[in-house]
Ligand binder design. Structure first.
Ligand SMILES: Nc1ncnc2c1ncn2[C@@H]1O[C@H](COP(=O)(O)OP(=O)(O)OP(=O)(O)O)[C@@H](O)[C@H]1O
Ligand SMILES: [Mg+2]
Length: 300
């Protein structure tokens, strides 16, 4: 059974449709990347999964149990790290996690070993200063530990890496990977390299609809379009190329993207460059990155 199933969920604010018939599922013990540009509807979807926001229609199941707005029993199975986590900053991380354990309903016997284990996992075991003095990276790591306190079956993190530097992001992603055996993970982001690094499956949300979803491998295979970038040394030559290859797209005065198919082979491009003695800066194949795909999906 899947850990999370979202079926045809809709949500509008006034006349603005924010989530528009969204369906996807997350298999158990996988890491799911929820990708979308600002305002795509990621946070809204997560809040509906948590029963913190009412959906207009559709159904959400967490481990087979239906989510009900307001007071939902499914939240016992979920750990949540919001986009801007708030802490009692006068506490040390150890005090804070103990406190979270108490309100989660863990027994006194369970709390200390769990706090030790999690502080170790998030690299804060030797951190005895108050949360007040923490960096953003430290706060996000503590936030993950807090969300994992109650051993949730599903961990939902809203843009956990967005405000972090490359090292902070790597540390955070490593923590998610280290937690994969004990929980299913859903995290939202607009940083595609993060998704590429750790996710099993991804979904691209665009204007409240699912533009693309599947395993990273499958999604990359979908992108069958083959393109070459040609950078010329002389401005006029780019116009010459554009006249010859009708599907060439101008990136700037010197750079063209040429779509390769049965009509325009790479050989034909090379031949033309030689025939016309066009001096080139470089010619290279466009990488099939998620970044390119995402741009294609959102039509940029
Ligand atoms: N309570 C609200 N009332 C009215 N409009 C809202 C409300 N919450 C969100 N919206 C609108 O819904 C749209 C989706 O917002 P949401 O926060 O879900 O996007 P997001 O994908 O999380 O974006 P971001 O990457 O910026 O966090 C936005 O246009 C936002 O302005
Ligand atoms: Mg958001």
């Amino acid at each position: 059974m899947d850990m999370l199933t979202v079926t045809d969920v809709r949500k509008s604010f006034g006349s603005k449709v924010v989530v528009d018939g969204l369906s996807f599922s997350i298999p158990k013990n996988s890491i799911f990347g929820f990708v979308g540009e600002n305002g795509a509807g990621k946070t809204t979807t997560m809040k509906m999964i948590l029963g913190l926001m009412r959906m207009d229609s559709g159904e959400i199941l967490v481990d087979g149990t239906k989510v009900v707005y307001g007071n939902t029993p499914t939240n016992r199975k979920i750990g949540y790290l919001p986009d801007v986590p708030e802490f009692y900053t006068y506490m040390t991380p150890r005090e804070y996690l103990r406190f979270c354990g108490q309100i989660t309903g863990l027994s006194a016997k369970e709390i200390n070993p769990r706090v030790d284990e999690l502080l170790q996992r998030v690299g804060l075991a030797n951190e005895n200063k108050k949360i007040k003095g923490f960096s953003r990276g430290m706060k996000q790591r503590l936030g993950i530990a807090q969300a994992l306190m109650g051993k949730p079956m599903l961990l939902i993190c809203d843009e956990p890496t967005s405000a972090l530097d490359p090292l902070g992001r790597k540390e955070l992603l490593d923590i998610l990977v280290a937690s994969k055996d004990e929980t299913t993970i859903m995290f939202s982001t607009h940083i595609l390299s993060d998704v590429e690094r750790i996710c099993d499956r991804i979904a691209f949300l665009h204007k409240g609809k699912l533009a693309l979803s599947g395993s990273i491998g499958d999604i990359k295979k979908m992108n069958t379009k083959e393109e070459y970038v040609v950078v010329v040394q002389n401005k006029d030559d780019s116009s010459l190329l554009q006249m010859q290859f009708h599907n060439a797209v101008k990136v700037d005065d010197y750079t063209l993207k040429i779509h390769v198919d049965s009509e325009n082979s790479v050989r034909q491009i090379m031949q033309f460059l030689l025939e016309k003695s066009i001096a080139i800066e470089r010619i290279e194949k466009c990488e099939n990155t998620l970044e390119n795909l995402f741009m294609e999906v959102v039509g940029k």
